[in-house]
Each structure stands twice: as structure tokens, then as C-alpha cells.
Ligand binder design. Structure first.
Ligand SMILES: [Zn+2]
Length: 287
């Protein structure tokens, strides 16, 4: 009965499992496409399958738009002082500062874009929903002042839920302040390009975001003043498909172009050259 006898083999040590780090793969929230995280990142956080533009941080736009080694951050020390004594606002601010690593919901820089000198402000939704309070308004005003003095073009990248509730009317005043600064730029023929990202709503959409000499929007961004639910309740009608998206606004003449993230830099560069009357550079290549 030898053939029933089981020969005892020494146990082989288990092959070591190849550990896959949990963040090696990523999934698109829009279409469910799963791919290497690295591939999403290389594609500027745009889904390679459905072109869904994920939200990215302000500093990523700065790196995307400005030529390497030319950027210099400005007005880094301005902080909100809780002027209205709004309950729990200082704690919320502290939390936002430690979570985002930034002082408020906008970063401002001077630098060069395809060799053209620019003043660049980028809002960050990660800081209290990109809400616009007195710090955001003041930083934009000072950035605009720099653009005026140095005759640099101005670029603002918006991402905001609107005015900052905790600063009440002081937030709303920033809308007028920014608009006044932009009219000075317009008088002096200094170009201003506004870039709208997801979402650009509320007080921001009702002031500087919509006042660009050229207004560009990333694909699929939600852009509008009030949300669709509020509008639906107010007018008592169903809203059309795609209402308040970049593409809808383009169709209705509210934005000049819908531009993919990878094309933002060359597009802005070309626009600024046209607007500032500089001859088109023969050498620029799409980044
Ligand atoms: Zn996708």
C-alpha cells in the first residue's frame, strides 16, 4: 500500500508576498476607472479615461503655470483677526491653517509664465472651502497693486464656495474692492486672465472671477452664483441638463474657452502675448 503513504516533505517557507502599498492605485470618482496613482498624478490629476478634472491644491497650479525657478510668494503674513467675534471662528481658522498648511484661502505669487512677467493668485478650496474673507480680498488687492506698479499681467485662479460667512459684510466688501482694483488695471491696459476651477460660486463668481479680459474654465467645473437647488426652488422650474457647468457657460457666452489643465499654461501664455501686443514667441512649446 505504498501508494497511499504520503511522503512528508519539509514545509517550504511561504513565498514572500509582494506588498502593494494601499495608495498605489486610485479610482476616478466620476467613471470608476482604476489606475495607478502615479498615472493620475502624471496626468495632472485628470482621469485618463473620462477627463474628469480632480481638485488640486493652489501650489500645484502655481507650479503648473509659472516657469521653474521664477516664482516668489508675496504677502505671506496677512491673517484674519476675527473682526466680528464670530463664534468659534478663531478655532476654525487655526484648524484650517494646520490642515492646509497655508495662512488663508489664496496664495499670491510673482513670477514668469512662458517668460512673461505675471502676478498670479490661486485660491485653495482646501482652506475653508476657498471662502473669500478680508484676507483673500486684501491679498488680491495688493497683488493687483503690484501688477499696476510693475505692469505685470494678472492671473487669478478661482476655487471658492463664496464669501466667508464668519466675516459677514466685510467679506462682501471684498467683492467691490477687487472689482475696483481690476478697473484700474483695465484703465492702464494691463491684461487680466481669470481661470475658473471647480467650484467657482457665490461672491467670487459675482466679482473678480467673471471680470477677466479673458475667462477660461476647466472642463466640468461648477460655476454659478447660487446652487441649483436654491434656483429651482426660487423659480419653480426644472433646470436644463449640465446647468452651471463650464461647458454650459461657454455655450451661453459667459466664458471664453473651456481649457484642459494640461493646456492652461500655453493658452494663457498665448492670450497674454496677444493682449499685451507682444509678438508671438516662435519658440514656446506646449507644456
Ligand atoms: Zn474618470
Amino acid at each position: 500500500m505504498a501508494w497511499f503513504r504520503k511522503e512528508k516533505k519539509p514545509r517550504q517557507p511561504r513565498r514572500e508576498k509582494h506588498e502593494i502599498p494601499p495608495d498605489a492605485w486610485d479610482k476616478c470618482v466620476k467613471c470608476g476607472h482604476t489606475d495607478l496613482t502615479e498615472k493620475f498624478e502624471r496626468n495632472l490629476n485628470v482621469c485618463p479615461n473620462c477627463d474628469h478634472h480632480r481638485r488640486i491644491r493652489a501650489i500645484e497650479y502655481v507650479n503648473l503655470l509659472l516657469d521653474e525657478g521664477t516664482s516668489e510668494e508675496t504677502e505671506t503674513e496677512i491673517r484674519s483677526t476675527d473682526p466680528l467675534g464670530f463664534p468659534e471662528y478663531p478655532q476654525r481658522l487655526d484648524k484650517a491653517v494646520s490642515k492646509s498648511g497655508d495662512g488663508d484661502a489664496i496664495l499670491t505669487f510673482t513670477g514668469r509664465l512662458l517668460e512673461l512677467p505675471v502676478c498670479l493668485g490661486v485660491m485653495d478650496f482646501a482652506f475653508m472651502g476657498g471662502s473669500m474673507g478680508s484676507v483673500v480680498g486684501e491679498k488680491i488687492a495688493r497683488l493687483g497693486q503690484k501688477a499696476l506698479e510693475r505692469k505685470f499681467s494678472l492671473i487669478l485662479v478661482s476655487a471658492s464656495g463664496g464669501a466667508r460667512m464668519q466675516e459677514g459684510v466685510l467679506s462682501l466688501m471684498q467683492m467691490a474692492k477687487a472689482a475696483a482694483m481690476l478697473s484700474q488695471l483695465a484703465e492702464r491696459r494691463i491684461p487680466y486672465v481669470s481661470i475658473l476651477t471647480n467650484p467657482t460660486t457665490g461672491g467670487v463668481s459675482a466679482s473678480y472671477a467673471m471680470l477677466g479680459d479673458a475667462i477660461l474654465a476647466e472642463p466640468g467645473a461648477v460655476i454659478g452664483f447660487a446652487g441649483p437647488r436654491v434656483i429651482k426652488q426660487t423659480i419653480g422650474q426644472d433646470l436644463p441638463d449640465g446647468f452651471q457647468t463650464s461647458e454650459f457657460l461657454l455655450e451661453h457666452g459667459m466664458v471664453d474657452a473651456v481649457v484642459s489643465r494640461k493646456d492652461l499654461k500655453p493658452t494663457v501664455g498665448q492670450l497674454l502675448r496677444h493682449m499685451s501686443g507682444k509678438p508671438a514667441a516662435t519658440g514656446w512649446t506646449a507644456a
